[in-house]
Structure formats: C-alpha cells, structure tokens
Ligand binder design. Sequence first.
Ligand code: 5AD
Ligand code: SF4
Length: 430
Amino acid sequence: MNVYDSQRIAGILQSLGYQETTSQAEGDIVIFNTCHIREKAAEKVFSDLGRALLIKNERKEQGKDTIIGVCGCVVQAEDEQIAKRAPFVDFATGPLTYHRLPEILERIARKKNISIIDTDFPAESKFDYLPENHSLGACSYLAIQEGCNNFCTYCVVPYTRGVEYSRPIEEILKEAKRLIQSGSLELNLLGQNVNSYHGEDKFGKERNLAYLLHCLAELDGLKRLRYTTSYPADMTDDLIACHKDIPQLMPYLHLPIQSGSDTILKAMNRRHSKSDYLRIIDKLKQANPQIGMSSDFIVGFPGETDKDFQETLEVVNHVKYIQAFSFKYSKRPGTPAALMSNQIEEKVKKERLEILQTLLFEYQDKFNRSCVGKTMPVLFENKGRHTGQLIGRTPYMQNLHASLDKENLNKIINIKVTEATTNSLSGEAI
Ligand code: 5AD
Ligand code: SF4
C-alpha cells in the first residue's frame, strides 16, 4: 500500500510540474513515505530525516531551498514527535490526506518557514482528488479498500489508516481500464483488509470482492489478477469459488494466520481459530489444487508459551507455505497488547523467529526446487543486473531470471525453469 501511495504522491507532484530525480541532493522536495507497523520501521524515519537535514544544509550553502516532507502512518501516530525531533520538517501529512499536497505546497510557497502537520481523518475520500494515474509497468497496484475495523490487539493500522472504506465499483473499473490501456497486464488489488471489500455499484447496491473480481476479469487485455491482504474470517465461499472460476486469478494467496495457537489468536482478537483457518485452506485447495499459500506470522506475542509456538510450527508443517513473512512482536503505542503484563523477553522472541524462519525457508526452498523442469508463464518487469538478463514474476510471485533481450520487458513469456534457490528461479524461454 505504501508503494501505491508513493506512486500517487509522485503523480501529484508530476501534475504540478515536478520531475523525479535520481539522487536526494538534486531534490527541491524530498518526501519520506513512512510505515508505523513495527518499531524498527518507525525509528528509521528519524535517522533518514537526520541525513536529509545534512543535505538540506549543504544545498542551502549553494543557495538552493529544499522542502522536506513526511507522509504515511508515522505522521498519523507520531505527529508531535516529528515536530519535536525534526522541527526542520516543512510539512507532514497522514496516509488519508496526501491529496492535499498541492494546497500544502502552495501555503509553503506563500509563507516561508511555516510547518504544516495534517493528521485529519477527512470526510472526503482522497481518491476523488488524486490526478489520474497511468501504469508504470506491466504490473500495477490498485487500492480498492483502505483502513481496518478488526482491531487486532497488536496492530496500529486501525488507528493510522482509520476505519474501513471501500471505493465504489465504477471508480475502480475506471482506474483499472486506464491502467490496462496504458500497459498493465497484471493488477494487484490492495487493501488492509481487501477481502472485506463492500463497495457500491452504480445503482448504490453493495457488492463484495467476488463480484468485483468477476467484473475485472471481463476487461479486455487484463491477463493477471491478484488481491492482498486478506483476513481469514472474510474468505467467503463465493470469493473462494473465484479461484476456480476466474482463470486470470493467479494461484497464489497471501492469507495471514499470525499464530497457530487458539489462545494467542484470541488474545490477538483475531476472529478465527486454527481449525477455521485450516478449513478455509482446504476449501481453497479444492477450488484450485494448484494454489500456493503465503502468510504473516508474529512470534513472541505477550503470553506466548513454548507450546503455543509449537502450534505455529505445526501449522507451517501442515500448510507448507511457499512464501511467508515473519516478525518478532513489536510493542506499538496505543494498542492493547502493548499494555499486557506478560511480555516476552527479546532473547526468546529472537530464538523463536530463527526457528520459524528456518522452517519457512525449508518449505520455500522445497517449493522452488519442485518448479525445476516445469514451464510457467512469466511476466518480465525489470532488467537484471547483467546485460541481456531480465527479471520477471511467476504466477507464484517467485522472482525468475532469464537471458532475454529488453524487447521482452513487460511481456508474459513461457519459461522453462532450469535452476532454483530459496529466493529465486532461473529459466529459459521455450
Ligand atoms: N508486531 C509485529 N508484527 C506486526 N504486524 C502487525 N503489527 C505488528 C506488531 N505490533 C505484522 C502482522 C501483519 C503484518 C503486516 O505485520 O503479521 O500481518
Ligand atoms: Fe492490523 Fe490486519 Fe488486524 Fe487490521 S486485520 S488490525 S490491518 S493485522
């Protein structure tokens, strides 16, 4: 979602006549789009801002002004700290208000040395105010939903991105058509809780994600569809059936479980048990036996015992994820879990994360190696490090390197996989 927001922010600046630079020292405006999900990400902002100030001062000696801005969730959660720890920041605006950037920049231009912090949860939708976007490559993100009403006890998202909002169907279809016309072959629909999507159609009737996917699948020229991130309790049967009925829907789903222990899931305020989750996966595999699963995991949530952790490992052994993201629990200010008294020692969190990641990598490695000899359609998105090499994505989101000339960029090509490592594949065009 932050990548999508950054692209839209760049779009606003382009519509005002700005151009992207390759180095920070050339930038008349430098914007940091920030993440508050874990402490490490949030702290990084302040060290990056410190470095930006040095560049701003050097530019000042050369007679050049620099505007430094901060966007994203850190602003929503830590506006006072930004004002205190980085008073040189010219403006800061949250993830729901960056459409006001033209107005903010105008105010800065008119009245030098004012600092603007905007952490409003506006009544209007930013999507109504953003300039039209076009595809930047063959794979595009398309935000269809934002915010979250789930309030998992560890998570800041409901406080930083606000309550759930679903964009209307027609608006999404318009953006999708524009992206396809400008070169997108793949759309990745985004939302913090994307499968609880419930936008209105043109008659004002509420429609769900399954309906939207069917509408998108009708669009000429769209070859691939994905959606992320889903909440297990919102995996409805009609959405699961899409994995059987919509050929463009890729056979890969990111469905975070977070923990395999029912006690911990309850303490996390997740609305699913381990068996609910496994039942959904069984149904998905029935709908499409080729589907590969991915998940997020948190280790060391307050109160997590060795037995609880073992249950997480059991889920991994059962599902055999083809990819996953795992994190040590990080205390977030203002969330209920941060106040729980049974916090886990850092040393234990570290040990558990190592054990979990070793196991997850084993399955990822096994899956990647099982692809050798198979032929897959690969969408080539980027040039590789070596000349004559391109990097693409398989239907399973694996990176694949192949020796191909650049005419093949932004195309889908059938590739026979010849080699595999834990993190990527290599192959040849057939
Ligand atoms: N600590 C660790 N991981 C977290 N996540 C969200 N909040 C926290 C936290 N406080 C993880 C979850 C989520 C992913 C985006 O980040 O696994 O699915
Ligand atoms: Fe955070 Fe996801 Fe839970 Fe919402 S569903 S509170 S975004 S972890």
